[in-house]
Design a protein. Structure first.
Lengths: 139, 168
């Protein structure tokens, strides 16, 4: 990990709500990011099944997309979400860590475009996919 | 003409049902979201604390929390609208509900959030409107604001899969 990537990792893990969720940056750089969210009973949305609430999945997706933007070589390093759409494909398996992977696939002077997916242990079948647009500030 | 129900009975029934619906979900407690009720109209309240901050330098509410707040408000408002007739008729009694007997909540199919302004470090409010609720699918939109109702800081639209009438 180079200096810029270390800074991005430190920045993400310093976000109070990211700490609250126990998020860890497992990979970052070159417009790609991977963030893990461990299973936590406090995040359950369906008490009958123990499945994590979609809102927590949204948060790890949003954080991961922002991290991917920040790590892009052409990024100013300052970004905010303009729009984020999430499609929930299946319930995450209770007890398993959710891992989000995001790619900033296009960036202009003012906007960054990102795609992401979230998986649990069954990495071949995504739990959710997301796409969003983000600001590029400070130019 | 039958006597109308005493006001305390009506309020007790509705408040108990709403409390049961909300208290059963750990994630709603985790985010410290509560619901105000006026008749059948619900307003979600996201109680601010340092725990929901995303960017600490501004400071601002985490975008993921804003999305979650809108999604929670959408799901509870949709369930509430869907269960309302059965709560009113007495067919569903949520007074002594447990996680096992609680009505199943709608499942999110997709959810799109439009971020309009920075979420400031103070309480936020949200209301959801059911655009259409069919037997299997529902379309819901939600709006969130802080100081001024006319200056939304986020809005969202989502689609949901309705649970079976019992269990399902």
């Amino acid at each position: 990990m180079d200096h810029k990537e270390k800074l991005a990792q430190q920045f993400i893990t310093a976000l109070p709500h990211a700490r609250e969720l126990g998020l860890t940056v497992t990979r970052i750089g070159d417009g790609h990011a991977e963030i893990a969210m461990p299973y936590d009973p406090r995040l359950v949305g369906d008490p009958a099944t123990g499945v994590i609430h979609g809102g927590a999945v949204s948060t790890v997706m949003d954080t991961c997309c922002g991290a991917a933007v920040m790590s892009h070589p052409k990024s100013t390093g300052v970004t905010a979400t303009i729009d984020l759409r999430i499609e929930y494909m299946r319930a995450a398996t209770p007890g398993q860590t959710i891992v989000a992977r995001a790619t900033c696939h296009h960036i202009t002077r003012s906007v960054a475009f990102v795609r992401a997916e979230a998986v649990d242990d069954d990495t071949g079948r995504p739990v959710a996919v997301a796409s969003g647009s983000f600001t590029q500030e400070g130019r | 003409m039958p006597q109308p129900e005493p006001v305390q009975v009506v309020k007790q029934r509705r408040d108990a049902a709403l409390k049961a619906l909300v208290a059963g979900v750990p994630y709603i407690r985790f985010l410290d979201i509560t619901f105000d009720r006026r008749g059948d109209e619900l307003t979600g309240v996201l109680h601010f604390s340092d725990r929901v901050i995303g960017n600490p330098t501004l400071p601002a509410i985490h975008g993921g929390v804003t999305a979650a707040f809108l999604e929670v408000t959408s799901i509870i408002t949709l369930s509430w609208a869907y269960l309302w007739p059965d709560i009113e008729s007495g067919e569903i009694d949520l007074t002594d509900v447990t996680p096992e007997t609680m009505p199943r909540l709608p499942k999110t199919i997709d959810f799109t959030v439009d971020y309009l302004r920075t979420g400031l470090p103070r309480d936020a409010y949200a209301r959801a409107t059911v655009n259409r609720q069919g037997r299997r699918y529902a379309s819901v939109r939600a709006e969130a604001w802080q100081d001024n109702k006319d200056r939304l800081f986020a809005q969202a639209t989502g689609h949901f899969l309705m649970p079976g009438k019992r269990g399902g």
